[in-house]
Design a protein around this ligand. Structure first.
Ligand code: HEC
Length: 164
């Protein structure tokens, strides 16, 4: 009985340790994704700082509303690295379509549907971070409000005056 109890306690500690480690990793992903969104990639040009698909640059194509995305983390990450064929969503992996890494297709196979290559280069780590950030900050959070905008961009951000 005592031995079984000890084993049980050991198992509980091991499981708790694993989920604690997973929690720390995803918090790191999230912070990395947030800083990538804010400082390292030009996603906002087309998607808007609040991800609602209202582009910051009026000359840029209108991006998808990421607040209403139905994609999983893995799918988000893939779209970021590979772009979306046949649309203006660029591929941020500089090696996209050089081999089968993107949707199993090379540039020769995808032909005219190849999305543009982004000027910036992002790694899988960036893309996974952005996916975690989109799921936690944007998805199902409703339309952006001034409070949400200030929480992301800072209380003094002029950009947030556009929101109520
Ligand atoms: C040049 C404009 C442009 C830039 C820059 C851009 N996107 Fe996009 N993005 C688009 C467009 C347009 C679509 C919609 C494609 C379509 O019609 O399905 C899109 C779609 C997406 C989708 C798919 C959403 C869904 O639910 O289907 C994700 C995710 C995404 N973008 C994330 C990003 C991220 C993250 C960045 C920055 C690293 C970024 N985009 C940069 C234009 C852009």
């Amino acid at each position: 009985m005592h031995i079984r109890l000890r084993r049980l306690v050991a198992t509980v500690i091991a499981v708790a340790g694993t989920s604690l480690a997973a929690g720390i990793t995803s918090a790191q992903d999230l912070n990395f994704g947030k800083s990538t969104w804010l400082t390292q990639a030009n996603c906002a040009e087309c998607h808007g700082w609040m991800g609602d698909g209202v582009q910051e640059d009026p000359r840029a194509p209108r991006g998808a509303n990421l607040r209403e995305t139905t994609l999983t983390a893995e799918q988000l990450s893939e779209v970021i690295l590979c772009g979306r064929p046949g649309t203006d969503m660029p591929a941020f992996d500089p090696r996209a379509y050089t081999d089968a890494r993107c949707y199993g297709m090379t540039r020769a196979q995808i032909g005219d549907l190849a999305p543009p290559l982004a000027q910036q280069q992002l790694t899988k780590r960036h893309a996974d971070g952005l996916a975690a950030f989109i799921l936690s900050e944007f998805k199902d959070k409703g339309p952006p409000t001034r409070a949400l905008c200030q929480a992301l961009l800072g209380a003094t951000a002029d950009r947030c005056k556009a929101h109520r």
